[in-house]
Design a protein around this ligand. Structure first.
Ligand SMILES: NC(=O)c1ccc[n+]([C@@H]2O[C@H](COP(=O)([O-])OP(=O)(O)OC[C@H]3O[C@@H](n4cnc5c(N)ncnc54)[C@H](OP(=O)(O)O)[C@@H]3O)[C@@H](O)[C@H]2O)c1
Length: 347
C-alpha cells in the first residue's frame, strides 16, 4: 500500500513516501481503507523527538506511519468484532504510542473500540477532521459541570482544537465563549460562535488577563506558555476550573524536545488535587478545579461528536487539504503554528 513513514526521528526531511505491506488485523480490530486523514501537532512533536533509539522504537515502532485521525470504509473485520461490517463508513483516532499504524497510508488496522460509524450526511473528510480535536475538547469539558450562560475562555481558538472547542462550548453547551487568536482571526472566531474575540497580543485593559470577567472555565491549549499567567492573574474565578491541555511550542526545541508542560504543571495538579480532596472531607475550603488533559481514543464518544455534525450543531473547519504525496508540505504548513482549523490529507 502507499504510505508516508519515517525510520528515524527529525524534521520533515525524515518523511518518506513509498510502499509498505498492508497491516494484518487482530481479532478485536477492523481494517480501514482510508480516504481522509487529519494532522495534529503531536504527530510532528513525536516525530522530531531525538530520544534513545531503544525507547523511540518501543514507543513508535519503525517504519512509523505518522498521524492519528482517519475516516474511510471497513475492508475487513476481526473475528471478535460485532459492531462493524465490511463496507461501513467509519472514523477513528489511533492511540499515540506503541503502534506503527498511523493514518497516512491506504489501510490502517484500528481497534473496533476506537472507531465510530459516520452518519450518511457527514463527509469522510469532515469526520476525519474532527476526530482527535473533538475527543480532546469533549473529554476536557467533561471535567466540569457547566450550565448554559457560564463563561469560558478558550485559548488558540482559531487552531484545530480551538476551532472545534469554541463551537462545542457555544453551540452544544450554551456557554458564553471568549476566545483568543491574532487580530486577523477575529471574524473567524465570531463565525464559530465566540461571543468575544480577543487578540492575544493585546495589552492592558484589552488583554485576555485584564481581570473582567473572572471566567468560570479556561480551556488552555497554550498552557505550556500561559499556565502561570492564567493562575497568577485572577482571570479565573476562585471557584472556576482550569482545563490544562497538554501542549508544547510549535517551534522546534533542542534535541527535538519543544518547550512544554513541565514540573510546574505536575506540582499544580498535585496541589489542587490534594486541596480539593481535603475540602471534600471537610478540611479547608474547596478551591479552583484543575485538570490536565491528554486525549484518549474512544469510538463511542466519537459517535456522539459525529451526531452533532449530522445535526449541524458543529462543523468541521478545514484549513487546507493536501494529497498523500504532499505530506511533507502539509506538516511544514502545520508546523508554522498558524493553521486556521484542520489540515487534512486525501489518501
Ligand atoms: N493534550 C491533548 O490531548 C491535545 C490534543 C490536541 C491538541 N493538543 C495541543 O494543543 C495545542 C494546539 O493544538 P491545535 O491542534 O489547535 O494546533 P494548531 O491547529 O496548530 O493551532 C494553530 C493556532 O494556534 C494559534 N496560536 C498560536 N499561538 C497562540 C497564542 N500565543 N495565543 C493564542 N493562539 C495562538 C494560532 O492563531 P493565530 O494564527 O491567530 O496566531 C493558530 O490558529 C498543541 O500544542 C497541541 O499539541 C493537545
Amino acid at each position: 500500500m502507499s504510505a508516508i513513514s519515517y525510520s528515524s526521528h527529525g524534521s520533515t526531511e525524515v518523511l518518506e513516501f513509498g510502499t509498505l505491506p498492508q497491516p494484518s488485523i487482530k481479532a478485536n480490530q477492523i481494517l480501514v481503507h482510508t480516504e481522509y486523514a487529519a494532522l495534529n501537532p503531536c504527530d510532528f512533536k513525536f516525530r522530531r523527538m531525538e530520544i534513545p533509539s531503544f525507547i523511540a522504537d518501543f514507543l513508535f515502532p519503525k517504519p512509523k506511519i505518522p498521524a492519528l485521525d482517519l475516516a474511510g470504509v471497513v475492508a475487513e473485520v476481526g473475528a471478535d468484532v460485532t459492531t462493524f461490517k465490511v463496507g461501513d463508513r467509519v472514523a477513528a483516532t489511533q492511540p499515540i504510542v506503541h503502534t506503527r499504524w498511523g493514518t497516512l497510508s491506504e489501510y490502517s488496522a484500528v481497534d473496533a473500540s476506537h472507531a465510530a460509524l459516520v452518519p450518511e450526511s457527514v463527509s469522510l473528510r469532515d469526520a476525519a477532521a474532527v476526530s482527535l480535536v473533538g475527543l480532546t475538547a469533549v473529554q476536557a469539558l467533561a471535567n466540569v459541570a457547566t450550565s448554559p450562560g457560564d463563561t469560558i475562555l478558550i485559548h488558540a481558538g482559531s487552531g484545530g482544537l480551538g476551532s472545534f472547542a469554541v463551537q462545542w462550548a457555544s453551540k452544544v453547551l450554551g456557554l458564553h465563549v471568549s476566545a483568543t487568536a491574532s487580530a486577523k482571526n477575529k471574524d473567524f472566531l465570531e463565525s464559530l460562535g465566540a461571543d468575544v474575540a480577543i487578540d492575544y497580543r493585546a495589552e492592558g485593559s484589552d488583554a485576555w488577563d485584564a481581570g473582567e470577567p473572572e471566567y468560570d472555565v479556561i480551556l488552555d491549549p497554550m498552557s505550556y506558555a500561559y499556565e502561570s499567567r492564567v493562575l497568577g492573574t485572577g482571570v479565573l474565578s476562585p471557584t472556576g476550573h482550569y482545563l490544562n491541555i497538554a501542549s508544547s511550542n510549535w517551534a522546534p526545541g533542542k534535541g527535538g524536545i519543544e518547550e512544554a508542560n513541565g514540573l510546574r504543571t505536575y506540582l499544580n495538579l498535585a496541589y489542587y488535587g490534594i486541596k480539593n480532596a481535603a475540602a471534600s472531607v471537610g478540611l479547608g475550603e474547596k478551591g479552583m478545579g484543575y485538570s490536565f488533559v491528554a486525549i484518549v481514543p474512544d469510538g463511542e464518544m466519537l459517535a456522539g461528536i459525529l451526531a452533532q455534525l449530522e445535526k449541524g450543531a458543529v462543523r468541521a473547519v478545514i484549513d487546507k487539504q493536501f494529497d498523500l504525496a504532499e505530506a511533507k508540505q502539509a506538516y511544514e504548513h502545520l508546523e508554522t503554528g498558524r493553521a486556521k482549523g484542520k489540515v487534512v490529507i486525501k489518501i
